[in-house]
Design a protein around this ligand. Structure first.
Ligand SMILES: [Zn+2]
Length: 310
């Protein structure tokens, strides 16, 4: 059957020891827990492999010592190549120069586009982002992959038309941090907009980084805000994809938020969840290197023209 994928990338969440320093232990998260067969997202969670859902911890250390970082972690996640190994170390937050060619050739957008589908990056970027990156050439892994693949980097104009999702989901921070004239919406409305974008593409990515910032801040209150907001967003996505050809994937690039006793990233496994008709294609995933190859193979197998003679 044909498939579509919605990939919600959540920066800096791992599966850590349960306890008072782990916000996944202390906050009620029914949306997250629907993806894990009602288990809290911590190191005690058992892998689950059902027909329509898949959940487990996967490796983000990539066989390299030290703490995983966003530049190499995201480049690995979005290409399927071990970019920490290519760079010789964990590196971030921006992509390491040695990995640029790998990102250019093998990023998930390009690979989906070269198959039988189209891809989209749903985040809305404010004007200040473009001014900043053009001055300093500091594209993130995902925006660099957009440039390399010809994928639109959406703006506040798209957001205004409900054809993009704010980086903080609701748009609140665009007002409070940047004083921009946007309309704040609920997480449920943002989820509906994301699913609507995804209905036009084989593959649609949304990237959320406030989780990593909350982890670096060691802030239980910021952790709660992020996770409760994401939880509503997940519940909204699950509601809107029910009975469709869409599969939700959610994973991360490295741990951080799950251990508020430290300011840094962690070497914990990161959660991987898939929910929807393509979920069983992801039961074999054990590392962040496996995610993009499985996305590409699921979309190619499902969306290829039938080879049987008529
Ligand atoms: Zn990160």
């Amino acid at each position: 059957m044909a498939h579509r994928i919605i990939f919600v990338f959540v920066d800096g969440i791992g599966l850590g020891a349960p306890g008072s320093s782990n916000p996944f232990s202390t906050i009620s998260l029914p949306g997250f827990e629907r993806l894990s067969d009602n288990q809290p997202w911590d190191s005690d969670a058992k892998p689950v492999a059902g027909k329509d859902f898949s959940f487990r911890g996967i490796d983000a250390t990539l066989g390299i010592e030290g703490l995983p970082q966003s530049g190499t972690g995201q480049a690995t996640l979005f290409t399927g190549y071990n970019c920490a190994s290519i760079a010789g170390r964990h590196f971030g937050p921006f992509p390491h120069s040695a990995t640029r060619e790998t990102i250019r050739r093998y990023n998930v957008f390009t690979r989906v586009n070269e198959g039988t589908g189209t891809s989209a990056f749903s985040n809305a970027y404010p004007p200040v982002f473009f001014e900043h990156v053009r001055k300093r050439d500091r594209w993130t892994v995902t925006t660099r992959a957009c440039l390399d693949s010809g994928t639109d980097i959406r703006t506040l104009d798209h957001l205004d038309l409900s054809r993009a999702v704010a980086a903080d989901i609701t748009g609140e921070r665009l007002i409070s941090n940047l004083n921009l004239p946007v309309k704040v919406i609920t997480e449920r409305e943002a989820a509906r907009n994301l699913v609507s974008i995804a209905s036009d593409h084989a593959f649609t990515l949304f990237e959320y980084f406030h989780s990593d910032k909350a982890g670096h801040a060691r802030s239980p209150e910021k952790a709660r805000q992020c996770l409760e907001s994401l939880d509503q967003f997940i519940q909204g996505i699950l509601h809107h994809i029910e009975g469709t050809d869409m599969t939700l994937i959610l994973t991360s690039d490295h741990g951080n938020l799950e251990d508020l006793s430290v300011r840094t990233h962690t070497r914990n496994p990161v959660p991987f969840a898939a929910y929807g008709p393509g979920a069983d294609a992801f039961h074999i995933i054990t590392s962040i290197t496996d995610v993009t190859p499985q996305i590409v193979s699921l979309l190619e197998a499902g969306n290829a023209p039938s080879s049987s003679p008529r």
